[in-house]
Design a binder for this molecule. Structure first.
Ligand code: MN
Length: 200
């Protein structure tokens, strides 16, 4: 059946120091992200067994587990890719133009995104909303609460405590500043272009 696998980090564990320590990156990727991959596989297995047996008693829990663990896997995969040791720049090209168009300016987008990151119980996301055909910031609790259907994630920032507490303690704002020192807009630009190709 389904067999999701944990992809390796796209850089070494110490590549984002001093902004994100190798210890946090190792725990975060090898333990937390792995758990979402395992949880998604286990839920799919339960769903398949129940379809076979015709007993759907445990299916609602498994369906919830698919969105929780599935979103956990999907968002972590994006989070690793939207950072790099060569990051820290501002977006360029079509995505930069669209941010300016939809938010007024890069600064207005960033201020709103940082506010979302400060308030979220999970993630701050920049998404392409295919219903309204515009970019939006989204406040996500857990991995899947607060989703806007039809949205394609462009940029993801994990603000679960496991993402920063070991490095920054309760100073989440310090971690968000550090994220912008390593943010890499190459993957978000690609994802934006894919979304526009699909939906516009
Ligand atoms: Mn995480």
């Amino acid at each position: 059946m389904s067999d999701y696998e944990l992809p390796p980090l796209p850089y070494d564990e110490d590549a984002l120091t001093p902004h994100i320590s190798d210890q946090v990156l190792t725990w975060h990727h090898d333990t937390h992200h792995q758990a979402y991959v395992d949880g998604w596989n286990a839920a799919e297995e339960t769903l398949a067994e129940n379809r076979e047996s015709g007993d759907f008693g445990s299916s609602p829990g498994a369906l919830r587990s698919v969105t929780h663990n599935g979103c956990g896997h999907i968002l972590h995969d994006l989070f690793w890719k939207n950072m790099s040791p060569d990051g820290g720049d501002e977006p360029e090209g079509a995505l930069a133009d669209r941010i300016e168009e939809d938010f007024g300016s890069y600064e207005a987008w960033k201020g709103e995104f940082e506010a979302a990151a400060g308030a979220a119980g999970g993630w701050a996301l920049l998404v392409y909303d295919s219903f309204s055909n515009q970019l939006r910031n989204v406040v996500v609790d857990k991995h899947d609460q607060g989703a806007l259907w039809g949205s394609h994630a462009i940029l993801a920032l994990d603000v679960w405590e496991h993402s920063y507490y070991h490095d920054y303690g309760p100073d989440r704002g310090g971690f968000v500043d550090a994220f912008f020192e390593v943010v890499d807009w190459e993957e978000p630009s690609t994802r934006y272009e894919q979304a526009v190709d699909l939906f516009e």
